[in-house]
Design a protein around this ligand. Structure first.
Ligand code: HEC
Length: 138
């Protein structure tokens, strides 16, 4: 029986050496939004959707680090507030609407993230502020 524990321990140590990509690339064009909206988005979304990720200590420990890095890399690919370089007004409108929809449906921030970061949960009042922003030209 003991041998299995040793194998497990060895495997745990071995996977710590697998390299994963945990970088913060340069911020190119940061999100432009009214101060109150920006504050909400920074608090609740930037860890996965910007180049200003605050990597938690457990993101240094495999295999948890794999899931954290996958979330950040996938999140940035779909929506990156540090690359807010948008071609047209209609495109901005579309993205803002998507942001509101995802929060409104309760899909963002992901529930697994809220467990670890309770302050990231979007309150009713915050959702109303996002809604007004999404409908505005600001
Ligand atoms: C734990 C990391 C994480 C956090 C925090 C997070 N997201 Fe996401 N987000 C993702 C991932 C991963 C995806 C892609 C997979 C999916 O849709 O679940 C995604 C997808 C999205 C999409 C869909 C993009 C598309 O092209 O379909 C939008 C919009 C979005 N997030 C907005 C937000 C907003 C707004 C917040 C903050 C309120 C937020 N997210 C917080 C990880 C995160």
């Amino acid at each position: 029986m003991k041998i299995f524990l040793y194998i497990l321990l060895f495997a745990f140590i071995a996977i710590q050496f697998i390299h994963i990509n945990k970088t913060n690339p340069k911020v190119r064009t940061d999100l432009k939004a009214p101060e109150n909206v920006k504050k909400i988005i920074k608090e609740s979304c930037y860890n996965c959707h910007s180049n200003e990720t605050d990597w938690p200590w457990y993101s240094g420990v495999a295999p948890v680090s794999w899931f954290v890095a996958a979330d950040v890399n996938d999140g940035r690919k779909r929506l990156n507030f540090s690359e807010w370089k948008i071609a047209s007004r209609s495109k901005v409108k579309e993205i803002k609407k998507k942001i509101f929809d995802e929060i409104n449906k309760g899909e963002m921030p992901p529930q697994r993230y809220i467990y670890l970061h309770p302050a990231a949960e979007i309150t009713f009042n915050e959702l109303q502020a996002i809604k007004r922003w999404a409908a505005s030209d600001r």
